[in-house]
Write a protein that binds this ligand. Structure first.
Ligand code: FAD
Length: 467
């Protein structure tokens, strides 16, 4: 049996390879088997039941856009399996064991899920399966290099990105696994739930879900976008990035597939994109070693910093969430998030800096809002990027680096097109003057703070914990 989780695809799928009895001597058996309480033996019959369990503990914090994207991805996976995806709802310990027993499975195959909840859940599922004599087989992970594998020579984890990047590149990754569906004899499911209807999204528009959409978007980017990626990736007014994050989040494509394609491209853009994919792996590695950093400061000195809380802070937070701060680039970003379930990386940094350093609100308030609305919402990438901006993370931006929202807008959205796209009240303001408004259209709010003043407050607060 193959239990799908964050690996909703059929191509380049190491666990599928193993489940089909193909990978006993394949590229994943030793190097990519996850260390820990599991073993990867690769023993299995070739008849495979495909299972997905709708788990309320994961769905609850997801919010409508990510839930809708997941359900659409499941529909695509089911179609690719000619309707042979078994869907169950409930506690995975009960549902996985029940499904395995119903078909007399000898083994349950998975791709590792290395986030804190997934790790705990998997220990419980593996234990319950063992009680019924069913083997638990983990092959591969959602990463090119499984978190925990790249360490310093003394075995300690890396805390800084650049040396991690070097070691990660040296470590390398297996070639993509050849897992065409034809190698598998899929068992028709019994008692499957219909995949639920996606929640209503109002105005939010999502990209098409599923493996074919992911591959299509990726191939189009390889053709048209990668050459200019290094120059364009910081421009929110252009379509300069891959937009692959939601597909990577749900495993509609494996980063190994992307890295293998990039190996054939000699350009600064390809080099830069490999680096960004490595950031994803770095954050996953940090969370693997320090799972508590999903909730707590990586740098515990930051426990002593004072953030604003209480009714006024909550009101300020509400303006930030709604994109009504009076700072055009911040408002455009927050509204892009609501409209698309996605925000450009440069603007994510600007709005996060604004929340922490201009409004003095706790980073985890912003991280929670992002996790509720992002289609690509991923605990490792989200929490650790938030901590990076807040200064409390690994490899953190120095605390005195406080983004000026006006100059960030002028630099990265030089004609103001991004702001006008998402803030209709400002559509009548021409060119870059949209970032430094001389007159405000009636319906657009006045700036809720004075940046220069709040910058000083932030510096004082940070100074108090670092002196
Ligand atoms: P591209 O520029 O095309 O990059 C390609 C891929 O590299 C991305 O799809 C992503 O998987 C990875 N990547 C790029 N930048 C980063 C980064 N800084 N950290 C980790 N991976 C990166 N990314 C998420 O996938 N999920 C999140 O929940 C998330 N939350 C974030 C919160 C904040 C405050 C910030 C500053 C960044 C966050 N990011 C998150 C990282 C980044 O913004 C997105 O991955 C990127 O904007 C996705 O768009 P793209 O696929 O077009 O990126």
């Amino acid at each position: 049996m193959l239990w799908f989780r964050r690996d909703l695809r059929l191509a380049d799928h190491a666990a599928l390879h193993t489940a089909a009895g193909q990978a006993v001597k394949g590229p994943f058996t030793d190097s990519e088997a996850v260390k820990g309480p599991f073993t990867a033996s690769g023993r299995s019959g070739k008849r495979v039941l495909a299972l997905y369990v709708l788990d309320g503990r994961l769905l609850k914090p997801a919010g409508a856009p990510r839930t809708a994207f997941l359900l659409d991805s499941l529909r695509e996976l089911d179609a690719a399996l000619s309707g042979r995806l078994l869907v169950r709802r409930g506690d995975p310990v009960r549902e996985v064991v029940a499904a395995a027993k119903e078909i007399g499975a000898s083994a349950v195959h998975v791709t590792a899920d290395l986030a804190p909840y997934g790790r705990k859940r998997d220990v419980a599922v593996a234990k319950a399966l063992a009680e019924h004599g069913i083997e638990w087989v983990v092959t591969g992970s959602p990463y090119a290099v499984t978190p925990g594998r790249v360490t310093k020579p003394d075995g300690d984890p890396y805390r800084v990105f650049t040396p991690f990047h070097r070691a990660w590149t040296r470590h390398g990754w297996p070639r993509p696994a050849d897992t065409s569906v034809s190698i598998v004899d899929w068992v028709p499911p019994e008692k499957s739930l219909a995949i639920p209807k996606s929640p209503a999204l109002g105005e939010t528009r999502l990209p098409p879900a599923g493996e074919q959409a992911a591959l299509g978007a990726w191939h189009a980017f390889l053709e048209d976008g990668v050459a200019d990626y290094a120059a364009e990736r910081d421009r929110p007014d252009h379509e300069g990035t891959t937009r692959m994050s939601a597909y990577l989040r749900w495993g509609a494509i494996h980063p190994r597939t992307m890295l293998a394609d990039l190996a054939g491209v000699a350009s600064e853009g390809a080099q830069s994109l490999r680096g960004e994919l490595c950031w994803r792996e770095f954050h996953a590695d940090v969370l693997w070693h320090r799972p508590e950093t999903a909730r707590k400061n990586y740098d515990r000195r930051f426990d002593r910093i004072s953030y604003d809380t209480g009714p006024e802070a909550e009101e300020a937070f509400g303006h930030w969430c709604a994109g009504r701060t009076g700072f055009p680039i911040v408002d455009a970003g927050m509204r892009q998030l609501l409209a698309e379930g996605w925000m450009h990386n440069r603007v994510r940094m600007v709005v996060a800096s604004f929340l922490v350093k201009d409004l003095h609100l706790p980073w985890w308030w912003g991280a929670r809002h992002f996790m509720r609305h992002l289609v690509d919402g991923d605990l490792a990438s989200n929490q650790l990027n938030w901590q990076w901006v807040a200064g409390s993370g690994t490899d953190a931006a120095p605390y005195f680096r406080i983004f000026n929202p006006t100059t960030q807008g002028q630099k990265f959205d030089p004609q103001g097109d991004y702001v006008r796209r998402y803030v209709p009240e400002l559509r009548g303001v021409a060119g870059k003057s949209v970032h430094a408004l001389k007159e405000r259209p009636e319906r657009y709010p006045a700036p809720m703070v004075e940046h220069a003043q709040e910058r000083q407050v932030a510096l004082q607060r940070y100074g108090s914990i670092t002196s």
